[in-house]
Every structure is written in C-alpha cells, then in structure tokens.
Design a protein around this ligand. Sequence first.
Ligand SMILES: Nc1ncnc2c1ncn2[C@@H]1O[C@H](COP(=O)(O)OP(=O)(O)O)[C@@H](O)[C@H]1O
Ligand SMILES: [Mg+2]
Length: 388
Amino acid sequence: MTVSTSAARSDDPDHLSEVARPSDSRRDPELLREALGKWLAAQLPDAAAPVITRVQLPEANGMSSETILFDAAWGDEAHALVARVAPTDTTMPVFPHYDLESQFQVMSRIQEHSAVPVPAVYWSESDPEPLGAPFFVMARMTGQIPPDVMPYNFGSWVTDATDSQRDRLQHSSVNVLAQLHRIARPWELFTFLRLPGSGPTVNEALAAHIRREREFYEWTTQSGPRSPLIERGFAWIEENRPDDPSPAVFCWGDARIGNIMYDDFRPVAVLDWEMATLGPRELDLGWMAFLHRFFEDIAADAGQGGMPGFMRPGDLAAVYGELTGHTPRDLEYYIAYAALRHATIMMRIQTRAIHFGQASSPEDPDDLILHRAPLEAMLDGTYWEKIR
Ligand SMILES: Nc1ncnc2c1ncn2[C@@H]1O[C@H](COP(=O)(O)OP(=O)(O)O)[C@@H](O)[C@H]1O
Ligand SMILES: [Mg+2]
C-alpha cells in the first residue's frame, strides 16, 4: 500500500509511523512465533519439524497490510521468510477488500512471465484461524528501499548517491514498468483482475477503473466525511477523460520507488501488488511520477530543496519510450488521476487516525488531504507552471 500523510508530515517529524497503524495481538512477536510455528509445521512433511527462530515487524514503509518478517529452520536449513497478512476489521482497514490470494497469484504469474524480480511466493493461506486473517508467505529479500519516513528526498541513501547512480535507479525503475507492461495476453493471464464492464475487445479499462475508484471513495464516506475536493476531482477526471486511452496492459498499481528494494541502484525485489490492475500503461507512469511530486511538495512546504531533477515526468516518459517504443500519452491527466486517488487514500488514513484518537478532525474535511493545494492546482491547470 501507499504512504501515509501523517507519517510524512513535515511539521511533525516525531509523529512518524506509529500513527494510524493500530496495533493488535498479531503484533506480539511471541504469539506470532507460536502461531506461525504451528501453521508452518502443518504445511511441511512431518519429519521437517520447523522451528521459528525469529519474528520481526518491519520498521517502515507500509500502512495497509501487516508484514511479518520471520526466520524459520527445517531440514538443516535456515529460511528467511515474510508473511503478508490482511488487516482485521477492527483496525479500520484502508481498503474495503483484501484479496491476499489474488496478490499471491499475481506475484507467481509475474515471476513466471516476466524478468521483473519479485520475491518467490510459497504458500497462500485463506483460513483466518492461524493468524487472525488470510495471509501468504514469500521469500525475504535484502536490499535498500527509498524511505517514506522521512521521505527519501529529505536526505537518504537516494540523495547521497551520485547523479549516475540516481540515473540508474530511475532508469531501472521505469524498466520495471516496461517489463510488466510487455506481458502478453494480460486479459487471459490475469482474468481475476478484470473489472466489471471491461475486457479485451472494448477499450473501457480506464472508465471501469474510474468507476471502481468512485466506489472506493463512496465506501470511505460510510465512516468518514465527504470531500468537495475529491468530488470535484472525479468530475474533472470524467470531463477530461481521453477519448482513446492506451489499450490495457498489466499494471503494477502501487508503482513507486518506495515499493522497490534496490541493490546497487537496481531493483532486486518489487513489492506490494495489492493495487495491481488491467489498465492503460500511463496509470503506472502517472502514479510513479505523482508519488515523487507528493514528496517534493512536502519538501517545498518544509523549506527543503528536494530533488527537482529526479523522476521528472518528461524524463520518465522519455526513458519509457526508449524502452518500449510507446510514447506515453496524456501523462499529466494520469498524474492528476493519481493525485485524486491518493487523496481518497489519505482521507481514509486520516479518518482512521481520528477514529483511533491519533489526530483531530479539521473543520474542513478537505484539510484531511495533505496534498490539497497541489491537487487543487492540478485541477485548476496551474500546477505545472509553478514546477517548471
Ligand atoms: N519479501 C520481502 N522481503 C523483505 N522485506 C519485505 C518483503 N515484503 C515486504 N517487506 C518489508 O515490508 C514493508 C512493507 O511491504 P509492502 O509490500 O510495501 O506492504 P504495504 O502494503 O504495507 O506497503 C516493505 O517496505 C519492506 O520493508
Ligand atoms: Mg508498500
């Protein structure tokens, strides 16, 4: 899942990642060790007798599912593993549905049908009994992830890198998208990702995607306020919808560098597949470009220089064009769509923080959206003139 507003709040750095991520018993390492050990023993042959030697919760990056890092030993071998667990309803999840089995299927198909590095996936458990919610288990990878808290552009291994290292990171990250979008016959391979009203013979994937985003927004308003800005955004997105969008490809969804693990500035693991979808390639490019702009706007508000030369939309489009032969279309439209989608997610995360007493309600619900001003400027058509 994507980044948190609160976590990234520049005016309140001590707040950090505990915000809006309510804990429950599944975060108790001892209980987890016991539960995982019992479950793992049932997956392996009797003679394996697995032992869970360590359980750890990741320090950063992620606000939606629970990620449990653990070490297990069986058959004279040590195994470094990760369990990704759906949130329970008591934690007021960000999204209405968590289909861990679908994420598991996406990852195994990506592994089989592309050169994109994804952690090997081993088991998918639909029974909520063992850990309180469905989960899957994958290989634990090692590398560096651009941090969300504090954002990488505030000073991190990404800003410390040389220009050529950063170029390599940018180029190889766009190449992840290029490789995913190249996967043949996505409608057949990912049948389970089809949205109502969308299919291979009609170019309706974008319209279907927007419909589902609206449903998501409507769902968030059942427990949170309505947002005039988000509603204006949806009207704008409909009015400006391209007549002939790029045909649908497999899209990663949460396509951002904060979901990539790097070694020597090249991806070694592409994580976080819960937003995977079938849609125009620009959905991924727009999301990738926007999430950098999101951090850049936060940096500017905090009086920081940021990384203005990094992840620029025109550069991403140029690299993508070179790698694929497809010149991205309507990229600014897709960046605005990303900003709108991110606004709904931010509202939800802030509503959750308020629900758990970690934040207070603003008078104007649009103030729940950290990037309110940038989103307004995008809808007004004034955002990019200030950047350039
Ligand atoms: N296979 C893995 N190997 C190592 N670390 C992982 C793995 N999967 C997740 N993580 C850690 O957990 C964090 C959150 O994972 P991610 O898949 O991005 O979930 P979220 O939906 O919570 O953002 C990552 O930033 C990383 O630190
Ligand atoms: Mg993530």
